[in-house]
Structure formats: structure tokens, C-alpha cells
Ligand binder design. Structure first.
Ligand code: APR
Length: 229
């Protein structure tokens, strides 16, 4: 018999206990920076140096962070289930914990890409992208990040995966940013859904939902233990 499919949809909250800031919590990144200054194509056009500095700083933080109990618990789930992670996070903590299938909707901080040809993607050597560092076609390298106002290239693929979920688990996201936040609409009506987030507000539009108002480092291992029985 083939394994049941669990799709886990994660946001910044799953990495909070690894020391990485979320975006919209109090003290979050979007209190410190303006989205339009650092995370839009216009910002890149007007002030690429500022954009690179913002992501260079975040890359160093990610490289110094370690996966936490929530990331590791999701790896355990693979013992019994076919687990697919779909993350909005640009960190690589799911991969470093050992998760086998991870789809990044909003890009990956450890990679750069060409600003003229989006298929040219590189692993960054060291911690920084600098002005003057070019792709094979001679244009400036940019962070491999999906900015506000840009298409989410993996959204169709993510929707197809979510449509096959026997169980859908949402962890640490305010579900504010579309199209990613609409992923749950693709999940079959009858499939059990879980939301683990200390600030979760009621989500009447999500069918078959169990809300656990807990931090990821506690709530995810608890749920995983229950699912593995
Ligand atoms: N465990 C679980 N959840 C937590 C924890 C924790 N320890 N700490 C905070 N959270 C929750 C918050 O309650 C909040 O609901 O994480 C969520 C973080 O929400 P956002 O900051 O909005 O992050 P996210 O939903 O991932 O943002 C989506 O917005 O700026 C963009 O591209 C960026 O991918 C990001 C997207």
C-alpha cells in the first residue's frame, strides 16, 4: 500500500525559534524595513545596493541559525508518510534538518540569479552578493527571491501537490500573502487540516481544521507524535 501524503505549508513562524525574525509580528522585519525599499522590483531598480545589503545581512543570519525541534519533527514524519514541504521561507532550515522534498515558493536566500535570465541560478559562494558580480550573460546577480509584485513561479506545482494531500499541516504563517496563502483552497475538502501558530485567528473558511495555538517547537513535535502512532 502506498504511503499517505502529508503536505506541510510553512511560514516564518517555524523558524522563529531558530532566531530568525518573522515579518508581521511585533518586532518583525517589516517594522524595521519598508517592503517597497527592499523587496520589490522597483527597489532593485532604484537602489540595488540597499537591496543587496538587506539580503546579505539576512543570509548571514540564516547561515548562523540552526533547525529547531519543529523542523526535525517534520523529518520524523517521513518514516510513515510521503511528506512534501511547501515553504514560504527563504531559509534552508528544512533541508538542513533533513527533509527530502522541499518546495520554496518565495525563493532561496543561499542562491543568486541573473537579472536578465531567471533560469540562471547559482549557489552563492560565501555570504554576499556584491555590486559588479555578474551572471554568465554579463548582467548583475540579484538575490533568488520572489519579490512583491513578481510572479510565484512554483504556485501551479504547489497547487497540484496540495490537491493530493491526505493531511495538510500549516505552521507559522499569518496567511496574509497571496497567492501562497490561497494554497489551502486546493486541498480536498475532507482531508484533515491542522494549523499550528500561537497567534492563529479563527479560519472558518478552512474545512476540517484543527487549530493548535502553540509555538512550532512544541506544537509540531506533539502533532507528529500523534500522527506516527
Ligand atoms: N511558532 C509558530 N508560529 C509562530 C511563532 C512560533 N514560535 N512565532 C511567530 N509565529 C507566527 C505568527 O503568529 C504569525 O502568524 O508566525 C506567523 C508569521 O507571519 P508573517 O510574519 O506574516 O510571516 P509569513 O506568513 O511567513 O509571511 C509570508 O510575507 O513578507 C513576505 O515573502 C515574505 O514569505 C513571506 C510572506
Amino acid at each position: 500500500m502506498s504511503k499517505k501524503k502529508i503536505v506541510v505549508f510553512t511560514g516564518a513562524g517555524i523558524s522563529a525559534e531558530s532566531g530568525l525574525k518573522t515579518f508581521r509580528d511585533s518586532g518583525g522585519l517589516w517594522e524595521e524595513y519598508k517592503v517597497e525599499d527592499v523587496a520589490t522590483p522597483e527597489a532593485w531598480e532604484n537602489n540595488p545596493e540597499m537591496v543587496l545589503t538587506f539580503y546579505n545581512k539576512r543570509r548571514k543570519q540564516v547561515m548562523n541559525a540552526k533547525p529547531n525541534a519543529a523542523h526535525y519533527a517534520l523529518v520524523e514524519l517521513e518514516k510513515k508518510f510521503d511528506v512534501q514541504i511547501i515553504t514560504q521561507n527563504i531559509d534552508d532550515l528544512h533541508e538542513r534538518a533533513g527533509s527530502k522534498k522541499v518546495l520554496h515558493l518565495h525563493g532561496e536566500i543561499i542562491k543568486s540569479r541573473s537579472s536578465v535570465d531567471h533560469s540562471l541560478i547559482y549557489k552563492i559562494k560565501g555570504t554576499e552578493i556584491r555590486i559588479g558580480e555578474n551572471c554568465a550573460k554579463g548582467s548583475q546577480l540579484r538575490p533568488h527571491i520572489v519579490w512583491f509584485g513578481e510572479n510565484v513561479p512554483h504556485m501551479d506545482e504547489a497547487g497540484n501537490i496540495a490537491a493530493k494531500a491526505d493531511i495538510f499541516i500549516i505552521v507559522g504563517t499569518s496567511l496574509n500573502v497571496y497567492p501562497a496563502a490561497g494554497l489551502v483552497d486546493f486541498v480536498p475538502h475532507d482531508s484533515p487540516k491542522y494549523l499550528i501558530d500561537p497567534q492563529a485567528v479563527s479560519k472558518d473558511y478552512i474545512s476540517n481544521l484543527t487549530v493548535k495555538r502553540e509555538r512550532a517547537g512544541t506544537g509540531v513535535p506533539e502533532l507528529v507524535k500523534k500522527l506516527l502512532i
